[in-house]
Design a protein around this ligand. Structure first.
Ligand code: ADP
Ligand code: MG
Length: 735
């Protein structure tokens, strides 16, 4: 065969049908794609696959031995059914073929071994593969080209496959590709490769696709894993370099300014963490390059105050600051919080306002045209020092006099294009400083990978006087009385003047709830899932008719939502106040109602761990202890129930983040932090491979610092151009 390049179409090494199946089923279009389709695991012909681990619904390739084969006539219908039982020496699984009696008689004789590929199903309590594809280990002297090919290696690679394209077909194409390809240009510079004791690319590809032993697999994977980390880190290093080349207006701290006046007025003592992080940010703001900082702090750690002080520094220096919230409810609440914190300092130009002060502007999608015009004018003239809003802030028509700082709250809900759009608002090539706040604790390596071009500040610790929250799992299917008791507790709390959230996974009425509420899980429905509309009716009519029950969800108008939140926040002796608020996850982030002591989360198994933690962070914010009840109809000993138990066991957000990460697949994690798309990482697992990520980061930084455009490294340049263009690694843009 002629020598071909990595970019040659896959049809040069695969027949038309196979090439089509590779393209359609696995997204493999080029020889390079094929060689980057690494085996998922390996079969050692001395060792049969452990059949106990197979999950129903999974597409599997197993190596097993035939223990029995029989064919019988079907009773209800015409034809035969052949059942072949295969075993790994312990467990068994049935292969079922309809109307193919010759199969069991000839190829699938007792004692023969082979690879069987299919989707695991369950039938009458036993697991089976219906109509599996298979290839048998040839008997001595037998003429079976496919079998010979599949078993010619000492260790057989098992590829992620599809129903139409079994692993051994992929193996054949890969083998042809390995022989044919001649320009596997190595993206790793030789100094990096040698310095880290890594195989070259062609050797590494051979090692993972046609391994001679387990060690060679490990060596090959080590090199490829490093390469993945290195590629990402090189992109991020370039981005950091680029950011350092950008200019921003320095916003120096000022004596006798607004910030000092604010600090004097503040009746709180900053926590040590708030003060430290505040200093880091203050120093960044004084620089002539744009700050690009991620502020991490658990729910309730006091991020808002830190952000506000940064904003005041910028206003003191003559600039404006924008605070972006992911939802209308949250934007409204930020506005109220800032008004409360700033008092007369936010009322310049109004009667009783401080002349040293500034003005707050607010922009949202649901404002009247007149209000909006006034706010826009105040923003454009610079009269408004601080602007709070949702993404309506990012519309073209919003013009700032001198935007100096953008604070983005709860980053994981905010798209990058939107943030980029705001950065573009800067004048004359000067970019605003950017502070991104998140309450989702992100492990260091994930932060390094996903937010690798941001500096990270962490607020560890909480303001004093926060109550502790006791969390319990309530399983009415096992203990019906516990739910009755839960509503009783709700009544007791309300009698003490406290407030209660009741959270539901759905809004109700129609099946598909969309909007700014995430529905936690994708498990199949086994019972009707609680909805805000139904539960509100049920509580106010039947279970808690003596209490004032209201609701808030994403399909309500901004005004109605705001009204509900205001009534829920009002003191209990206010005739207009609500005692109980039934809500979706609109209240997940940032909502601050000090009197809320209790939260009942219905169908809690529908939510993820970090979502539950976020939700729970809404209570016990007024100094008193809180109670969180996780109501579930899930069965004991299921993963769902274990997640709930983990949430009940600790309120440490970082510990929970770790449990969360362990219980999910890597791709899902990156997927959540990103825009939900698939990542380009194949072998690298950023949690497990922390050392690799760190080493690759150092190596990539050194290469990029030395040669930012990578002029000397065309193969690396081409490689990362592909990463950056690759739709699937879109998350890099999220930095
Ligand atoms: P989050 O980090 O979740 O956004 P917030 O900024 O909403 O946390 O702060 C949680 C609560 O703690 C708020 O009611 C806030 O006013 C209060 N708070 C913040 N900093 C302090 C402090 N240093 N001392 C006392 N209370 C504080
Ligand atoms: Mg907050």
């Amino acid at each position: 065969m002629a020598r071909v390049g990595m970019s040659a179409p896959v049809s040069v090494v695969a027949g038309g049908k196979t090439a089509k199946a590779l393209r359609d089923g696995l997204g493999i279009a080029t020889v390079g794609d094929l060689l980057r389709h690494y085996p998922r695991r390996y079969v050692d012909p001395g060792e049969l696959t452990d059949l106990a681990s197979l999950q129903v619904g999974e597409h599997v390739t197993v190596f097993a031995e035939v223990v029995s084969a029989s064919t019988r006539r079907m009773q209800q219908r015409k034809g035969t059914v052949s059942e072949v039982v295969v075993s790994d020496g312990r467990g068994r699984i049935s292969l079922v073929f309809f109307n193919q009696p010759w199969r069991s008689e000839s190829q699938l004789r007792t004692g023969r071994r082979g690879l069987f590929a299919g989707t695991v199903s369950a039938y009458g309590g036993t697991r089976q593969l219906a109509h599996p594809r298979f290839v048998m280990l040839p008997d001595a002297g037998e003429d079976d080209a496919e079998g010979e090919a599949a078993f010619s290696d000492l260790i057989i690679p098992v590829y992620p496959a599809t129903a139409g394209l079994p692993s051994w077909r992929i193996q054949q194409s890969v083998r042809l590709a390995l022989d044919a390809v001649d320009d596997a240009d190595d993206p790793l510079p030789p100094s990096v490769r040698i310095g880290h004791g890594l195989l070259g690319l062609p050797d590494a590809l051979r090692a993972v696709h046609r391994p001679i032993d387990r060690e060679s697999i490990e060596l090959g994977q080590r090199r490829l894993r490093f390469e993945e980390a290195f590629g990402l880190q090189a992109v991020l290093a370039q981005r950091r370099h680029e950011l350092r080349g950008q200019a921003a207006t320095p916003r120096a701290r000022r004596t006798a300014g607004l910030l000092e006046a604010f600090d004097e007025r503040l009746h709180l003592q900053l926590t040590e963490a708030q003060a430290r992080v505040g200093d880091e940010i203050a120093a960044d703001l004084e620089g002539s390059h744009p700050m690009h900082r991620l502020l991490q702090g658990d729910v309730g750690s006091g991020k808002t105050l830190v952000a506000l002080r940064a904003m005041l520094q910028v206003v003191d220096a003559g600039g404006q600051a924008a605070l972006l919230a992911p939802t209308e409810v949250l934007a409204q609440q930020h506005l109220r919080t800032l008004q409360r914190f700033l008092g007369p300092l936010a009322e310049r130009g109004l009667l009783g306002g401080d002349i040293e002060g500034t003005r707050l502007a607010f922009l949202s999608g649901s404002q009247s045209a007149k209000t909006r015009r006034e706010e826009l004018a105040a923003i454009a003239s610079g009269e408004a020092g601080i602007v709070v809003g949702t993404h309506a802030l990012l519309e073209e028509t919003v013009e700032f006099a001198d935007l100096g700082l953008v604070v983005v709250d709860e980053q994981h809900r905010f798209g990058v294009e939107q943030r980029a759009a705001l950065a573009e608002r800067a004048r004359e090539g000067l970019r605003p400083h950017v502070l991104v706040m998140t309450a989702t604790p992100i492990p260091r390596t994930v932060a390094m990978t996903v937010f690798g071009d941001l500096d990270v500040s962490v607020i560890d610790g909480y303001p004093p006087g926060r109550g502790t929250i006791a969390t319990h799992v309530v399983a009415p299917r096992e203990h019906p009385a516990h739910l009755t008791r839960a509503w009783q507790r709700v009544r007791e709390e309300v009698a003490e003047g406290r407030k209660v959230f009741v959270v539901c996974p759905r809004i109700g009425d129609d099946g598909a709830d969309v909007g700014d509420e995430d529905i936690g899980s994708v498990e199949p429905e086994t019972h009707p899932v609680s909805s805000v509309l139904d539960v509100t009716a049920e509580l106010s009519e039947r279970l808690l008719p003596d209490l004032r029950v209201g609701m808030v969800h994403g399909r309500m108008s901004a005004d109605d939502k705001d009204e509900a939140m205001r009534r829920f926040g009002a003191p209990s002796d206010d005739p207009d106040a609500l005692d109980v608020l039934v809500a979706t996850t609109v209240i997940e982030v940032g909502v601050d109602i000090p009197a809320a002591s209790t939260m009942v989360i219905l169908d809690a198994d529908r939510f993820g761990i970090s979502q539950l933690h976020q939700l729970r962070g809404r209570i016990a914010r007024g100094g008193e202890d809180g109670l969180c009840l996780l109501v579930t109809a899930s069965d004991p000993d299921t993963p769902a129930r274990e997640r709930l138990a983990a949430v009940a066991a600790t309120t440490d957000g970082f510990a929970l983040a770790r449990v969360d990460l362990q219980s999910r697949r890597e791709g899902d994690i990156l997927g959540t932090l990103q825009s939900g798309r698939r990542s380009s990482l194949r072998l690298l697992e950023v949690i497990r491979d922390e050392d690799v990520v760190r080493e690759a980061r150092d190596a990539a930084t050194e290469i990029v610092e030395d040669d930012p455009e990578l002029k000397r490294w065309p193969a690396l340049r081409a490689h990362i151009a592909e990463i950056a263009n690759d739709d699937r690694s879109d998350f890099l843009e999220k930095g």
